[in-house]
Design a protein around this ligand. Structure first.
Ligand code: NAD
Length: 357
C-alpha cells in the first residue's frame, strides 16, 4: 500500500494514525479534513512537517471528494471524519446525522466511482476502512463484552449515527461489492485529544484548579485504549483484515470513571509536588448524570488477536502517565483551544436533566 486517503486526518485518532504511518514510512498520506472546531491547526502543522503528508481541506459531504481521489490516486481510504462528542450530539444532533451518515454515504459513492476508474490490479488491492465505535452496541451489564456478533443497540444520537454509517458500509459491500472493512474500538485516550473528552477535560481543568465534574456516581465503566495501540491495530486491519469483516479493538483497560479521575489526580499530585491545588482529588464534584448514559462498555478482542496477532501494548497506568506528561508539555496546544473554542463548559444536558440538577 503506497498511498492512503485519510478522512478526519487532523482529529485525535486520525492524526495518530497518520503519525504512525508516516513515522514508520509505511505509506504516503492524503489527509482530508473540514477543520471543524475539533481539528487543531497546531495538529495540522505537526503533520505537515512530514514530507509524505499532503493536505486537502474539504467537507466529506461534498461530492468533490471524488476529484480528490482521482487526482491523488490512493490505494485505500480510511474513514475517521465524524462529529464525535456524545454530549454535543445530545444538544444538537443535526451535524451528527449530516457528517456521520450523509458524509459516509457521499464517501462510499465517491469510492465506488473512483474504484471503477482504476485498472484491475489496483481495484483488487483497494480498501475502504470505516473506523467505528463500540458504542453502536449500546450498554452492558456487570458481565460480558461486546464482540463482532453483538447486535447493534445504540443509545445516543452519536452512536445511532455511527451505527447507521456502519450499516451503509456493510450495504455497499453486500450490494456493490465495494471492498470494505469495519473496525469498532473502545474509548481512546492519549496526546492531541480535544479537551471536551473525559481524560483531557479532567487534566486541563485540574491544571487550572477548576472543579472536576464526574457524571452521576462515577460508576460508569469504560475500556480505555491508548491511541498509538489503536493506530497499530488499524494499520493491521487495513492491510491484512478480511474484506466484509468487522474487528473489535479494545484496550483491556476497564475502569469506572471515578477511579479513572482519581488516578489522574494522583498522577498530577506526583508530577506537580508544588501545585496549589494538591491534592487534586479535592477538586472532584459529582454532577447530574448524562441523559441515556451507557453503563458499561467492554470489548472482546479475540478476533484481532487470533487473526492479526494484535493486542494492546500500553496498559492504562503507563498510558495515563504518558498522556498527563503530554498535556503538561504541550500547554500551548490546549490553552489555544481553551482561549478560542472550548473553555470547559458542561455540554449535553437535556431540559429534563437541566431542571433536575
Ligand atoms: P475527533 O473529533 O478528534 O476528530 C474528528 C475529525 O473529523 C476532526 O478533525 C474534524 O475536523 C473532522 N471532521 C468532522 N466533520 C467533518 C466533515 N464533514 N468533513 C471532513 N472532516 C470532518 O474524533 P476522533 O476521536 O479522532 O475520532 C475519529 C473516529 O473514530 C470517529 O469516526 C469516531 O467516531 C471514532 N471513534 C472514536 C473514539 C474515541 O474514543 N475518540 C472511540 C471509538 C470510535
Amino acid at each position: 500500500m503506497k498511498k492512503i486517503l485519510v478522512t478526519g486526518a487532523v482529529g485525535f485518532i486520525g492524526s495518530a494514525f497518520c503519525r504512525y504511518v508516516l513515522q514508520n514510512n509505511l505509506a504516503e498520506i492524503v489527509g482530508v479534513d473540514k477543520m471543524t472546531y475539533a481539528a487543531s491547526p497546531r495538529t495540522l502543522e505537526d503533520l505537515q512537517k512530514f514530507p509524505g503528508f499532503q493536505f486537502c481541506k474539504l467537507d466529506i459531504t461534498d461530492a468533490a471528494i471524488v476529484n480528490v481521489m482521482e487526482t491523488t490516486a490512493p490505494d485505500a481510504v480510511i474513514h475517521f471524519a465524524a462529529e464525535t462528542h456524545v454530549d454535543r450530539s445530545i444538544d444538537s444532533s443535526g451535524a451528527f446525522i449530516h457528517t456521520n451518515l450523509i458524509g459516509t454515504y457521499v464517501l462510499l459513492e465517491a469510492s465506488r466511482v473512483y474504484l471503477a476508474s482504476l485498472p484491475p490490479e489496483k481495484q483488487e488491492r483497494f480498501r475502504f476502512h470505516n473506523v467505528s465505535t463500540d458504542e453502536v452496541y449500546g450498554s452492558l451489564g456487570k458481565d460480558g463484552a461486546f464482540s463482532e456478533t453483538t447486535p447493534y443497540a445504540p443509545n445516543s444520537p452519536y452512536s445511532a449515527s455511527k451505527a447507521g454509517a456502519d450499516h451503509l458500509v456493510r450495504a455497499w459491500y453486500q450490494t456493490y461489492g465495494l471492498p470494505t472493512i469495519i473496525s469498532n474500538c473502545s474509548n481512546n485516550y492519549g496526546p492531541y485529544q480535544f479537551p471536551e473528552k473525559l481524560i483531557p477535560n479532567m487534566i486541563t481543568k485540574a491544571l487550572r484548579g477548576e472543579k472536576l465534574p464526574v457524571y452521576g456516581k462515577g460508576d460508569n465503566v469504560r475500556d480505555w485504549l491508548y491511541v498509538d495501540d489503536h493506530a497499530e491495530a488499524l494499520w493491521l486491519v487495513l492491510t491484512r483484515g478480511r474484506l466484509g469483516e468487522k474487528y473489535m479493538i479494545g484496550g483491556d483497560g476497564e475502569k469506572t470513571n471515578l477511579d479513572l479521575v482519581k488516578q489522574l489526580c494522583t498522577l498530577l499530585d506526583e508530577k506537580l509536588p508544588d501545585a496549589a491545588h494538591r491534592p487534586h482529588e479535592g477538586l472532584i464534584e459529582f454532577v447530574t448524570d448524562r441523559p441515556g448514559h451507557d453503563k458499561r462498555y467492554a470489548t472482546d478482542i479475540t478476533k484481532m488477536n487470533n487473526e492479526l496477532g494484535w493486542k494492546p501494548k500500553i496498559m492504562l497506568p503507563e498510558g495515563l502517565a504518558k498522556t498527563v506528561d503530554w498535556y503538561l508539555g504541550n500547554r500551548i496546544w490546549w490553552e489555544d483551544i481553551h482561549g478560542r473554542q472550548y473553555a470547559g463548559e458542561r455540554l449535553g444536558q437535556t431540559a429534563a436533566a437541566t431542571s433536575a440538577s
